[in-house]
Write a protein of this length. Structure first.
Length: 141
């Protein structure tokens, strides 16, 4: 099966574990994964209306502006959870990964149902820390 899209979507280990703790049923986790794989068209987002990708909206995390961290919003109900957010990291185009891939990687840091309008200080620190770990381990920064 050939690769489609303009990006390779990859989950961090923490992202997979957080999804497992929220959705116990495998079918629910695969539904979330199916929605997250729409990010393989991330570099084509300029072809859609501003703030939209496929049938979902996204926005840069304001507290971490300029760092390439975004929240991708899923409006569907999956496994009894609503208001689902996918936190993703879009590395700068000049970062060269240690492990070569045919497509540029978009990283899924976390998936969770959002309960409040803003992110807590702990959330912001966790997202920044995940970005730093990826920069060190996968890009040699």
């Amino acid at each position: 099966m050939p690769l489609t899209g303009t990006n390779f979507v990859r989950f961090t280990r923490h992202g997979l574990q957080s999804a497992r703790s929220i959705w116990e049923r495998t079918s629910d986790r695969f539904e979330v994964r199916r929605q997250a794989l729409k990010l393989r068209f991330w570099d084509d987002r300029h072809r859609h209306p501003p703030g939209m990708l496929c049938d979902h909206s996204y926005e840069a995390i304001k507290a971490l502006s300029g760092l390439g961290l975004y929240e991708f919003r899923l409006d569907d109900e999956i496994g009894g959870q609503e208001n689902i957010r996918i936190i993703l990291f879009d590395p700068p185009k000049d970062w060269i990964p240690v492990e070569k891939r045919p497509l540029r990687i978009v990283w899924i840091l976390e998936i969770f149902p959002k309960k409040r309008n803003d992110f807590s200080t702990h959330d912001i620190r966790r997202f920044r820390g995940s970005r730093t770990l990826l920069a060190q381990r996968c890009y040699g920064k």
